[in-house]
Design a protein around this ligand. Structure first.
Ligand SMILES: Cc1cc2nc3c(=O)[nH]c(=O)nc-3n(C[C@H](O)[C@H](O)[C@H](O)COP(=O)(O)OP(=O)(O)OC[C@H]3O[C@@H](n4cnc5c(N)ncnc54)[C@H](O)[C@@H]3O)c2cc1C
Length: 394
């Protein structure tokens, strides 16, 4: 498939909305391997948790650069929008390279989310002793409230405000991270795995953008740069699609089982001699007072207050967590709703309003009605006339 949909689900959702996912994608061969899908039990009374967090979005792209604070070299590594888990290893590799240029024997990492943990582990691998200082550890950090899909260019920058050279830097980070995640495939508890993902549309592929669709922020889209990494979308023949709908397409995507993945990273950090220290810094001066030669700053959205970085924009997002279904191994996108089959529960996310949803909204208060609407929309797929997945599908 060309254009959107090659990389992240946000591209997919946007493209699906436009019918673009299905336009131009190849058609799956008939009679290929047959599988039966287990239906997702999409019921509002099976919502076991609602979580909300904000994406740390910077129009110029993440801040990965050094700053001097007295005798301390600060390496910033924050502002990864909706791509923090996906880009983590690639971004942290850049940050650690900057940190190790000062030849420190010891490094302090501030923050214990996706970026803090990967920076800490890479710094250990580079030979440094590492202490993580953080207000919260996983699973209390915002990173624990992410959906858990490979979405490396989701809300990562604005196309017209991205720093010069950022697309090339992004590509390097994305390729590095993609490769690094392979290390976590096939491990106990499946911290990282590949899943099938379906896109279901009530309309046939549209050739042009529907009138009246709201225009949001001009988010950058870099998926084409790494199109060789991802499987293509395939339109399924009507008789072999698991859903009875105008158009059904299937692809595969890398998924992070965030609970297990976070635990695996934490264990690896500790096993390599890493130490944690709880700390709530009110200003950079307190960080300088640690007396460390090198500090990597991975405070995510917390950098807005701590470093007075007003360019950080909150982008709110909410998830409903349905009771786990161990036999469900596929994700689905339908009418601005995404379901992801995580081992710790089926995650259901609404994208009402498209990519601009939550832009500038720093509220982390759950809105149950939003999630109930999403689960109710999803439920339609698993009832007549849509559901055919219990039978063998190609
Ligand atoms: C709904 C939603 C879904 C998402 N889905 C995905 C997805 O599928 N894939 C993906 O790649 N990304 C996704 N993201 C984005 C991802 O969650 C973020 O990019 C990522 O979590 C950022 O990680 P971080 O380590 O920078 O920040 P955080 O996880 O916020 O960690 C910051 C750390 O710094 C500490 N800290 C902050 N301030 C201070 C201070 N003053 N003193 C001491 N410690 C401090 C915190 O306690 C914490 O330990 C999603 C985001 C949302 C909101």
């Amino acid at each position: 498939m060309s254009g959107p949909g090659l990389v992240g689900r946000r591209r997919l959702l946007q493209a699906s909305l436009l019918g673009g996912v299905l336009a131009g994608c190849s058609t799956a061969p008939r009679g290929s391997t047959a599988t039966a899908l287990v239906p997702i039990r999409a019921q509002t009374d099976r919502i076991m948790d609602l979580t909300v967090c904000v994406r740390p979005f910077r129009p110029a792209g993440p801040r990965i650069e050094t700053e001097r604070l007295g005798d301390t070299l600060i390496v910033h590594n924050y502002g990864h929008g909706g791509s923090g888990w996906s880009l983590s290893w690639g971004s942290s590799a850049r940050a650690v390279q900057m940190a190790m240029a000062a030849s420190p024997a010891e490094i302090a990492v501030i923050g214990c989310g996706a970026l803090g943990l990967t920076s800490a582990i890479l710094a250990q691998r580079a030979g440094a002793r590492v202490t993580i200082y953080a207000r919260e550890q996983l699973p209390q950090t915002r990173s624990a409230r992410a959906t858990g899909e490979w979405t490396p260019d989701s809300r990562i920058a604005l196309a017209h405000l991205a720093a010069p050279g950022f697309p090339e830097v992004w590509e390097e980070m994305a390729r590095n991270a993609f490769q690094s995640h392979r290390e976590y495939l096939g491990q106990p508890g499946a911290p990282v795995e590949w899943i099938e993902q379906y896109s279901v549309s009530d309309e046939l592929p549209a050739s042009s953008r529907p009138a009246g669709l709201r225009q949001g922020p001009d988010f950058a889209s870099y998926g084409q740069r790494i199109r060789d990494l991802m499987p293509k979308w395939q339109r399924l023949p009507a008789e072999s699609a698991p859903f009875e709908a105008a158009a059904v397409a299937r692809s595969e995507i890398m998924m992070f089982n965030i609970t297990q993945y976070g635990q695996t990273l934490t264990n690896n950090f500790l096993a390599a001699g890493g130490r944690f220290q709880q700390a709530d810094f009110q200003s950079p001066v307190q960080i300088a007072e640690l007396g460390k030669k090198v500090v990597i700053n991975c405070t995510g959205y917390g950098a807005r207050a701590l470093w007075q970085d007003e360019t950080l924009i909150p982008v709110r997002g909410q998830l409903a967590h349905l009771i786990p279904q161990p036999d469900v191994h596929y994700g689905v996108v339908y009418r601005e709703v995404l379901a992801v089959p995580r081992r710790d529960g089926i995650v259901v996310q609404s994208f009402e309003g498209g990519e601009e949803q939550g832009y500038g909204d720093g509220s982390e208060t759950p809105d149950r009605a939003e999630s109930e609407r999403a689960v109710t929309t999803l439920a339609q797929l698993f009832a007549p006339p849509y559901w055919r997945g219990g039978s063998q599908v190609a």
